[in-house]
Structures are given as C-alpha cells and as structure tokens.
Write a protein that binds this ligand. Structure first.
Ligand code: MCA
Ligand code: AMP
Length: 503
C-alpha cells in the first residue's frame, strides 16, 4: 500500500467525524472527503488525466482545492500547486516546463490562462473558485462517489512544487508518495498528534508547510481542522479557542503578539504552537512564552526535503535552534566548497539524507546531481550541530531572502530590474523587517542621472514579478560598491541600508 492517500485513508476515523470546519459554518466530514475525492478523481480521469500526468492548479485557498490535491494523489496524477500571486510571465515558464495535462485556475483569470495554456500546448483548462464553484466542481458533481485509488510505488511522484534558485529559472522539486507519507507519519508521532486534535489552518496550501505538513499530519492523525482562507489576525483570535494546535510562519506569531487580546487565557486550550519556514527570533520565542506560557516548537524544512529537524515535544525547546534531526533523517554539516563532512560544532552547509528527501528536480538531472553529495542533499543553509545535538541555522550559502515565509531570490529580482529601460544595474538584498522577518530592498543605478521614480519602477515590475517578490524599498545610487573582481559587495549594501524598515 504505497499510495499516499491509501496510507492516510487507512487512519481515517468514522465517516461522521469532521475533517474541516469552514469559516462559513460548513463542516466537511471524513465521509465527505472520501466521496468528494472519489468524484474529483473520476472527473480527472474523465478529463483525460492519466497516471503520472501533471495537474497544475493556480486557485485561491478552498477546501475543494485540498480535495483536488487528494484526488490527484488517488488517481496517480502529480499535483502541482502554484501561488495565485504569480504573474503571466512566471506562469508561462511553469506551464512550458511542467507540461500539465490539465490546468485549473480561478474563473476570474480563465481567459488569460486559456491564452497562455494554448500557447504552451496544454490541452485542458478548468476552473475552481474560492467558494468551491467553477467548471471542475461542476464536472465532479456528476461523477460516481466511488473510486479505486490507483496503486503506486513508494518512489512514484505525488507532487511537484516549484522552488526558485540562486541562478537560472525555477526548479520543480519532485516529491514521491513515500517522501510525503513517511514525513507525515514521523511528524504525527513526534508532535503527538491524535484524533482529538484540532488544527488551526491559516497557511496557504500551495507550499509544503500548509499543504503537506499541516494537512497530511491531520489526515494521518484523523483529527480536524479549523480551515481559514488566510492568516487574518481577527479570524485567528476568534478560532484559537476551538483549536488544540496551530502551525505558522514567524510572521503569524509576530502579528498575534501585536494583538492585546492574544492572551494566556485565549490559548488555554492549545497544546502546541509550531513555527517554521523562516527563522523565529529568540526574542519572539521568549516574548511568546512570557505572554502565553507556551514555548513555540521550531522546526526546519525545505520544499525539497519536507521536514528535517524539530525541537522536542518533551524537553527543552531551545530558542534560536531548530532542534534535532527527525527519526530516520541524517543531518551533517559539510564544507561548503568540497562537501567534506565537518566535526560536530563546526559551522558548515547543512546536508540531509532520509526518506523525506525528494527525487530530484523535474527534467534537470545535472542540477539534481550537483546538489547531492555522498547521498546527502546540499541545503544551501549554513548551520552547526551543538554538543547536545541541537541544530542551529546561522546563515545561508545561497543568496535568498525569506519574506513572511515566502522565498525571494535576489537574482530573479535583479534580472527583472535590469531588463527595465530605466535601470542600468541593480543589487537586491534582504534586510530586517519587523513584520516579515526580511524585507526586499533594491539598490539601483538608473540609466539617466537624476531618475529616481520608485513608483514607476514598481509599476513596471508588476507584470513580471509576483507582488511578494517586488522590492518594498528602492534606493537610487550613482554606482554600486564592487570588489576588485567587479562583484557587487552586498555586505556593504546591507550595512548601508540594513535599517530600511527598522530605523
Ligand atoms: C503578502 N504580501 C507580501 C507577503 N505576503 N509581501 C512580502 N512578503 C510576503 N510574505 C504582499 C501582498 O501581496 C500585499 O501587497 C501586501 O504584501 C500586504 O499584504 P498583507 O495583507 O500584509 O499580507 P497578508 O496577506 O497578510 O500575507 C502575509 C502573510 C502571508 C500572512 C505572512 O505572506 C503568508 O501566509 N505567508 C506564509 C507563507 C508560507 O506558507 N510559507 C511556507 C513555505 P499589496 O499591498 O501590493 O496588495 S514552505 C517552506 O518554506 C518550507 C518547506 C518550510 O520549512 O515550511
Ligand atoms: P522553501 O524553499 O520555501 O522550501 O524554503 C526552505 C528554506 O527555508 C530553508 O532552506 C531555510 O533556509 C528556510 N527555513 C525553513 N525553516 C526554517 C527555520 N525554522 N529557521 C530558519 N530557516 C528556515
């Protein structure tokens, strides 16, 4: 039994148990989930989606979108979720690279997507809106409520998630049925999830955190979710008393601490707060503990590897660390240049092996090979393992900014800026941001002296870059600081503009 869905469904509680409580009062039970995923899986088959075909989806968060994810898994298709913030230019690349058999989009963007899809040779486009309407749900509604889940091998693909890189275009991380299932069951045990748990789900569902960590664990535990469309402090404060667990990026917890109504009493029912996707500052960890009595449990993951490490459930959840390697996961630090393993306590690149580690980048065998050494995936994160075995992340060997839990690669923003007529050259850095952790700053040299219209630059970027990648601040300079080799000295820029959002 290797299909991820079959492995999760083997743990489902009785049909009447709620799987998700929605904001509009609707309740989706485990029985509904079996029936609806069957209908959607039948719909996919009817639409010509075959085993191994990609189903790309750019739609707003809804329970139907989760049902579609599980239906793809049941049908042996490969689920490929995309951030609704992506622009046409970004989508065009994903469509051509992934060659999905079906693209599911919001009805509001149907015309635009159909044009792009036709140019990319995609046979079918269907729609799904935020309230669960659209052409795909309409097809599913007329389908049989039974579907025999397709048998899959451990290494067969269940999903592809695109992740950017320091150079070149985005890469599709290929995740197998066993990558996802093994991680879900490990985390369920490690974090002591049971059928009594109720998870407050406010994360987006096009990334590992909200899609796999949050959802698959709940399914493996047979628990329930309070399912919110997005993080909205008001809604979270309202739902917290109904939940036992919350997962979030640090920005969620920073925003909650900004709410006077976020008190120890309000979270009296919660047994666990989990944070990940970006560094949680030790200060926030301590402030949170002081306010609520809860030590946030920080863990560390990547799109390519699912979850790698976690602070302990029992025992010391150490602020500023990401805890221990999960059971079955091997973590070592290696020399960033020659990849030789380093001694315990030495700072090096974190390298990871285990059943959680992905199958490689979609149609990029050379890039895949370059990121593995001695069976370990090279994360690009710099860290150390202390004498008690706790892993700390101390920096990044990759030029990456994490803003509110979303990754922004400076190289991609610099390319978009440099393509503008108005810009001669640019350098993009991440600097401390009180809400988002890091904020994007662009330092640019205009083509014409005196040009300093940041509003115009931002407007011009709107077509090529998703909003979260766009610089929050643009600084115009006469020249960029460079070393003798002609390389931009980003450390100088970080020193000069580091207080852009905190000064
Ligand atoms: C939204 N905006 C952002 C971000 N999110 N800008 C920069 N960084 C962001 N993260 C833009 C909006 O488009 C909007 O633009 C403006 O900022 C203000 O939006 P606001 O209302 O403040 O934002 P929001 O809708 O409240 O979203 C902030 C958020 C959200 C709640 C922090 O970004 C979020 O849910 N982040 C979670 C990301 C996540 O799940 N990452 C996991 C990746 P305008 O004003 O122009 O309209 S998985 C991963 O990293 C690994 C595997 C792991 O370990 O988990
Ligand atoms: P993604 O490509 O979205 O999967 O982002 C993965 C990256 O997020 C990792 O390589 C880390 O740099 C970062 N990350 C995830 N969790 C943490 C954490 N708890 N602390 C620091 N960085 C983290």
């Amino acid at each position: 039994m290797s299909n991820l869905y079959s492995r999760l469904a083997a743990c489902f509680p009785n049909d009447t148990k709620p799987f998700a409580h929605l904001s509009d009062g609707r309740v989706v039970t485990y029985g509904d989930l079996e029936i609806e995923t069957a209908r959607y899986a039948n719909a996919l088959t009817k639409l010509g989606v075959a085993i191994g075909d990609r189903v790309a989806v750019q739609a707003e968060k809804s329970i139907e979108l989760l049902i579609l994810y599980l239906a793809c898994v049941r049908a042996g298709a490969v689920f490929l979720p995309l951030n609704p913030a992506y622009t046409a230019g970004e989508l065009d690349y994903f469509m051509r690279d992934a060659e999905p058999a079906l693209f599911v989009c919001d009805p509001a963007s149907q015309t635009r997507i159909e044009t792009l899809a036709a140019a990319a040779g995609i046979a079918r486009v269907e729609t799904l809106d935020a309230s669960g309407g659209g052409s795909l749900p309409a097809i599913a509604a007329s389908q049989p409520a039974l579907f025999e889940t397709v048998e899959r091998d451990d290494d067969d693909l269940a999903a592809i998630l695109y992740t950017s890189g320091t150079t070149g275009r985005s890469k599709g991380a290929m995740l197998s049925h066993d990558n996802l299932a093994s991680n879900a069951f490990t985390l369920k045990e490690y974090w002591r999830f049971t059928g009594d748990d109720v998870l407050l789900h406010a994360l987006p569902i096009f990334h590992t955190h909200g899609l796999f960590v949050a959802t698959n664990i709940m399914l493996a535990a047979g628990g329930s979710m309070r399912f919110l469309a997005k993080f909205d402090a008001e809604a979270v404060l309202r739902e917290l008393p109904h939940a036992t667990v919350m997962m979030g990026v640090p920005t969620f917890y920073i925003r909650l601490l900004g709410e006077p109504r976020f008190t120890r009493d309000l979270v009296g029912h919660i047994r666990l707060f989990v944070s990940g996707s970006a560094p949680l500052s030790a200060d926030i960890h301590r402030e949170f503990a002081g306010r609520t009595g809860h030590a946030i449990l920080e863990r560390y993951g990547m799109t390519e590897t699912n979850m790698n490490t976690s602070n302990p459930y029992d025992g010391d959840r150490r602020a500023g660390t990401v805890g221990f390697p999960l059971p079955g996961v091997s973590i070592r630090t290696v020399d960033p240049e020659n990849h030789a393993p380093l001694a315990q306590g030495e700072v090096g690149m974190i390298a990871i092996a285990g059943p959680n580690v992905f199958k490689g980048y979609w149609r990029m065998p050379e890039k895949t090979a370059a990121e593995f050494h001695d069976g370990h995936f090279l994360s690009g994160d710099l860290g150390l393992i202390d004498d008690r075995g706790y892993v700390s992340i101390v920096g990044r060997a990759k030029d990456l900014i994490i803003s509110g839990g979303y990754n922004v690669y400076p190289a991609e923003v610099e390319t978009a800026l440099d393509e503008l007529e108005e810009i001669h050259e640019s350098a993009v850095i991440g600097v401390p941001h009180p809400d988002l952790g890091e904020g994007v700053v662009a330092v640019v040299v205009p083509r014409e002296t005196g040009f300093a219209d940041s509003g115009r630059v931002k407007a011009l970027l709107a077509d090529s870059l998703a909003r979260f990648k766009q610089p929050r601040r643009i600084v115009f300079v006469d020249a960029l600081p460079k070393n003798a080799m002609g390389k931009v000295q980003k450390t100088v820029l970080r020193a000069d503009y580091g207080d852009s959002f905190t000064g």
